[in-house]
Design a protein around this ligand. Structure first.
Ligand code: SF4
Ligand code: FE
Length: 482
């Protein structure tokens, strides 16, 4: 059954995750002031699913359980499903202005679904059945699942088996009759701490010598041997200062962690790939494709908030009618909708896989993500332009509240007379948060490197772009005969 947001939060309390931050073990991550906003973002994926007006977007009847499930646990059955996924992500981005983390699992489900089907067909393995049992449990219990792909990778010039330290890519260190033991780490893990379980996947295509690295499985996030070290975000400790206004987004955020798998035992039923190395690349390509599509939704929703914030700042500054301000806001919307158009386009041109689910158009999904490596930066640049320098020089909330200093802050930092200084500073802090504060992790650098760095998309564009066909077109038009 669908969980309410509150039930989700309570379910997270029951996990015994090993979480470290600032050199200390965090006993209660759920209520930790630095981590809580990231939990609130995931909670929103549950809260919205409860609202009648969002039911069609947020939930869908699963063909496997016959029950209504959260779309974040769904296997896409049509191009309409693919488009609804992107629309749902835009909605969540609008409601949180942060990374809501639950998409990685959804993208992993859909990539593992079709890949395990293909592997079983070739090798007679039972990975697909293993996965389906897991998926049904996820759908029935409305779980949040992290998708863990990125290994630390060590020396980028060397294959996994050739690294000085064999653990720089996660690998199987022991094959047992009842399962496997794995060791390694996954870096930049979005939302790990707010997930019930994790699906681990290999990080790139692999050759025969990397066989032990070609492994995919799922396990609970509090499985024996797993621990995580939370990554810092710019301005993260502002959340500890007791001045919510200075965070810019007091309620929502994202989180990332370095997750260490220190000899974790995985039972056979939870394994989806184990040594069939030629499928590592297939799994990566499909997962990356889905996640590149995802950015055409989530980043657009966050962009909507940033564009709105810039427009509000212009109002409060008293210059909403200046033609260059209006034009900059148009430019921001043009860029943002172009990203959305790519997310929708790669969905609309999706195709059915042999296993029965739908895969996005890979060329357009990679074009989508390539644009995401650029446009949010330009949108941020324009937002900073419109906001003015006060977004980075304004005194703290504590100064505004101070009996002696407050009246001066209020008097001298006012824009248009009808708007309180407090409101003006709030909107500027939100722009700061998205441009260079905690949310810039998701909106900027993750736009660059998340779902694969720009060069990874360029390789896919070169592979999928069919330059040969284009050359033939030109030759035909020019009447060239060779
Ligand atoms: Fe979802 Fe976007 Fe966060 Fe990825 S970056 S998990 S697609 S919200
Ligand atoms: Fe991401």
């Amino acid at each position: 059954a669908l969980m309410t947001g509150e039930q989700y939060v309570e379910s997270m309390r029951k996990l015994k995750m090993q979480v470290y931050m600032f050199g200390k073990k965090i006993d209660n991550p759920v209520d930790d002031p630095i981590l809580r906003p990231s939990l609130n973002s995931v909670k929103m994926t549950y809260d919205l699913a409860q609202l009648p007006e969002y039911q069609d977007l947020m939930t869908v009847v699963s063909p496997y359980t016959g029950q209504r499930v959260n779309r974040f646990t769904h296997i896409h059955q049509s191009t309409q499903d693919l488009m609804n996924k992107v629309k749902m992500q835009r909605l969540l981005g609008q409601k949180t202005a942060a990374c809501f983390q639950r998409c990685v699992g959804m993208d992993a489900f859909n990539a593992v679904f079709s890949t395990t089907y293909d592997i079983d067909k070739k090798y007679g393995t039972s990975y697909h059945q293993n996965f389906m049992n897991f998926l049904k449990r996820v759908q029935e219990n409305d779980l949040t699942v992290d998708g863990a792909m990125t290994d630390p990778k060590g020396d980028r010039g060397l294959a996994p088996h050739a690294q000085a330290d064999p653990d720089l890519f996660l690998h199987v260190v022991e094959q047992r009759p009842d399962g496997i033991v794995v060791r390694g780490a996954k870096a930049h893990q979005t939302g790990f701490i707010n997930s019930h379980e994790v699906i681990v996947m290999p990080t790139m295509s692999m050759g025969e010598e990397d066989k032990e690295y070609a492994v995919s499985f799922s396990c609970p996030t509090d499985a024996e041997g797993i621990f995580m070290i939370v990554g810092r975000q710019s301005c993260d400790t502002r959340k500890l200062e007791g001045a919510a206004m200075d965070t810019g987004n007091p309620t929502f955020g994202g989180m990332e962690a370095l997750v260490i798998f220190d000899n974790v035992f995985i039972p056979n039923e939870q394994i989806y790939l184990n040594g069939e190395f030629e499928y590592a690349g297939v799994l990566v390509e499909r997962f990356a494709g889905y996640h590149r599509q995802s950015y055409g939704g989530c980043k657009v929703g966050v962009g909507d908030v940033l564009i709105g914030a810039a427009a509000v700042a212009a109002d409060y500054n008293g210059c909403p009618k200046a033609s260059h301000v209006k034009d900059k806001l148009i430019e921001m919307q043009h860029l943002n909708e172009t990203l959305f158009a790519c997310g929708i386009a790669c969905s609309a041109l999706g195709t059915k896989t042999e296993s029965g689910n739908y895969l996005i158009d890979l060329l357009l999904a990679n074009v989508c993500k390539q644009n995401v490596t650029r446009f949010p930066y330009e949108i941020v640049r324009l937002a900073e332009d419109i906001a003015g320098g006060l977004m980075v020089t304004a005194p703290s909330e504590k100064d505004l509240r101070d009996p002696k200093l407050g009246p001066y802050v209020d008097k001298y930092l006012r824009g248009v007379a009808s708007v309180s200084t407090e409101n003006r500073l709030k909107i500027l802090r939100l722009i700061e948060n998205l441009s260079l504060g905690t949310a810039a992790v998701g909106y900027r650098t993750e736009s660059m490197h998340g779902a694969g760095s720009p060069q990874a998309q360029r390789i896919m564009i070169s592979r999928q772009g069919n330059l040969r066909m284009k050359k033939a077109l030109a030759k035909e038009i020019a009447h060239i005969e060779e």
